[in-house]
Design a protein around this ligand. Structure first.
Ligand code: ADP
Ligand code: MN
Length: 255
């Protein structure tokens, strides 16, 4: 039976399908404008090569890139924002009242604004001492940032991390939420899916949608972020009272 199976034509067909899906994927990420942007970044020696995709989601594809820094090879993370993803309206809400950015004139413009916003928010995080990737360069729909990984291998998400001391890690996440809050920033999409465990420490990523405190829903977003975080840690053996944690983040007195 096994012999018979191996003579079937099926593998060829699945091969073809795989090729087609790969083509579709690369076409979606690497449209002409994105290629021009990547060429610009390479000509300016921000990186020399794109090595492989770390992850490609609906909204963005993240690649590992290699740069030469002081004569030494160094890896970078290259996040390419795609034209697809959540609706224009949904994204628009995260720009409400934010004077840092223009009003989007269309889908392409919106994607560029979100890349710019991620870069600006990463800078705020860096200045506030939040553990997050160091921003390196932004242009059009591409953000280049510090690569979180060891020996070229990207570090994994908190979601897949086996925590030896969940209590300690929860404390570090809350500390970073407090620092972000102190810098007037709320993540909006914080969970175990947007925290990377790097060298045993949590790093906050994916800050493109993060809003400033004066956003009309910042309070609601902060509570949702905190709830996600506390729920995840509770499942993993570290419990903390919601109101107490909220007070801590806001820098209010905790008795
Ligand atoms: P999105 O969720 O919008 O697709 P993210 O910013 O969350 O984009 O990045 C997607 C994935 O890429 C992450 O889950 C993580 O695995 C990986 N990643 C993102 N930034 C880095 C980085 N600086 N270093 C290493 N891996 C990264
Ligand atoms: Mn993400």
């Amino acid at each position: 039976m096994a012999m018979k199976l191996s003579t079937r034509k099926r593998p060829e067909r699945s091969d073809k399908m795989l090729k087609e899906s790969q083509l579709k994927f690369s076409e979606r990420v690497f449209d002409d404008n994105t290629i021009k942007t990547l060429k610009y970044l390479m000509n300016n020696e921000i990186f020399r090569s794109l090595d492989y995709p770390i992850q490609h989601g609906k909204e963005a594809a993240v690649y590992r890139g290699t740069a030469i820094h002081d004569g030494k090879e160094e890896f970078v993370a290259v996040k390419i924002f795609k034209l697809e993803g959540p609706s224009f309206q949904k994204k628009l809400q995260y720009l409400e009242g934010d004077k840092r950015f223009d009003r989007p004139r269309g889908k392409r413009h919106m994607v560029k604004i979100f890349a710019k916003k991620e870069f600006a928010n990463l800078k705020i995080c860096q200045e506030a001492g939040v553990r997050a990737p160091r921003p390196i360069k932004h242009r059009d729909n591409v953000v280049v940032m510090e690569f979180l990984g060891e020996k070229g291998v990207p570090s994994g998400l908190l979601k897949n991390h086996e925590m030896k001391s969940p209590k300690k890690i929860l404390g570090e996440v809350l500390e970073d939420m407090k620092k972000m809050h102190g810098a007037k920033l709320v993540h909006v999409d914080l969970s175990e899916f947007n925290i990377i465990m790097h060298k045993e420490m949590p790093y906050i990523i994916d800050v493109g949608q993060a809003v400033l405190l004066h956003h009309p829903q910042s309070e609601e977003f902060l509570r949702r972020d905190l709830l996600n975080v506390l729920k995840f840690f509770e499942k993993n053996g570290a419990r903390m009272d919601f109101d107490e944690a909220l007070k801590y983040i806001r820098g209010e007195n905790v008795n």
